[in-house]
Design a protein around this ligand. Structure first.
Ligand code: AMP
Length: 394
């Protein structure tokens, strides 16, 4: 894979795919995280005197229909503040973008274009025709084979990896290819069904598989215990039993011994600490208890590498945030190489103020999970397929 940093970008038309899909409220970007992550790449290209064109998606518009509420205009304004320069937004960019050396233009939401999702070849070729160099830097969308993430990489004169994408792949590679052991994975969140594959794959790779949230509830149910009205996927109890039995690999899977329950999840709900055995039929398990959290934390303290995706309870509610907080602190305190990813995980890390003590925070949710599953990310495969060299006439 060619790295953007190895290329001379001066005066060249450089099309950079970023993931600037930021939450927007009343025309303002409310979380800068993804923009901030893209800044070093954009600055590096601008400093070289490139003619920078940036592509990104925002939300899920219907292709072929302009929707002002999903315009990247607020992102352009915020980027301009960060970069301290004008960042014009090009609405009809596919017909050609005019940009001076050392200047930047943001192209309007790429998902307005017909054929983006289907990775349409004609659209990919039109994108490729805009540039001398295509830079794939959007790790967060690297798991999607779409025109702006993979198709364009086939047809651009040169296609390379941006520094953010490269850093993400390096960090994940360090955590999983040849990890310092013991390797511990923490997988929480709502549903087993969305993390089935990742659980299978991790069971075979890691030494400790620490579970929380609805995922843990399903595994607890599979161990024959009562989970009452907890969020659990009873249709996946057989899968969870196989996981516990070691069918997919030898990871040790510690179960909670105490949990925090409530009868309903309302703003005024109060948590009740219970032994796992005492959960009542009309109760919901909403967090791991302190004894369990301490036991999990102890395992994390001696880990060589930690991978974390998903909260261990309903951390958005103060009554059920204790377990996720304790685990966040344990990850931060550990000397392990630690890597965390996923929207809720990042929100929890921010909420508990531990971000600067985690080795690497990934910008990818779905892409992060797919990497953990051991799948080849389509955008990375597209760049690797261009390793025959500089390619078409560039
Ligand atoms: P996910 O998107 O699958 O990572 O799930 C994240 C969501 O799972 C968060 O909003 C949590 O509040 C929720 N969650 C975590 N633990 C539980 C639980 N025990 N019961 C219900 N929801 C949970």
């Amino acid at each position: 894979m060619i790295s953007m940093m190895a290329l001379d970008l001066g005066d060249r038309r450089v099309l950079i795919r970023e993931d600037l899909n930021a939450p927007i409220t009343s025309g303002r970007v409310v979380s800068d995280k993804r923009l901030v992550a893209a800044l070093p790449t954009l600055r590096a290209a601008l400093e070289q005197g490139a003619r920078v064109m940036v592509l990104s998606h925002l939300g899920r518009p219907k292709e072929g229909v302009f929707d002002a509420s999903l315009s990247l205009a607020p992102v352009a304004r915020r980027l301009a503040e960060f970069l301290e320069r004008e960042v014009p937004l090009a609405r009809d960019w596919l017909d050609g973008v005019s940009v001076e050396p050392g200047a930047i233009v943001l192209c309007e939401n790429v998902r307005f274009e017909v054929g983006e999702k289907a990775n349409d070849e004609r659209l990919s070729r039109r994108m490729a025709a805009l540039c001398d160099v295509f830079v794939m830097d959007a790790f967060g969308t690297a798991h999607r084979a779409q025109a702006s993430t993979t198709g364009v990489a086939r047809f651009a004169p040169v296609a390379c990896a941006g520094p953010l994408l490269a850093a993400e792949l390096d960090a994940l590679g360090e955590a999983l290819r040849d990890p310092r052991r013991p390797l511990a994975a923490i997988v929480g969140g709502a549903k087993v069904s969305t993390k089935l594959e990742v659980l299978k794959s991790l069971a075979d790779q890691v030494d400790e598989l620490i579970l929380g949230g609805g995922i843990a509830n399903t595994v607890i149910a599979a161990s024959g215990r009562n989970v009452g009205r907890s969020l659990a996927e009873h249709g996946l109890v057989d899968f969870a039993a196989d996981l516990l039995r070691g069918k997919f690999g030898g990871a040790s899977i510690p179960l909670p011994t105490d949990v925090v329950c409530a009868e309903r999840l309302a703003p005024d709900a109060r948590g009740r600490l219970k032994a796992l055995e005492d959960v009542g039929g009309d109760e919901m398990i909403l967090d791991i208890g302190p004894e369990t959290a301490a036991r999990f934390a102890e395992r994390l303290a001696s880990a060589g590498t930690i991978v974390w995706n998903g909260p261990l309870g309903v951390f958005e509610h103060p009554e059920f945030a204790g377990g996720t907080r304790r685990i966040a602190e344990a990850v931060a305190d550990s000397a392990a190489f630690s890597i965390a990813g996923g929207g809720d995980t990042l929100a929890a890390i921010e909420q508990f103020g531990v971000g600067d003590r985690i080795s690497y925070i990934s910008t990818g949710g779905g892409a992060f999970l797919e990497f953990l599953e051991g799948r080849r990310l389509p955008a990375v495969a597209a760049l690797e397929a261009r390793d025959d060299g500089i390619g078409r006439g560039g």
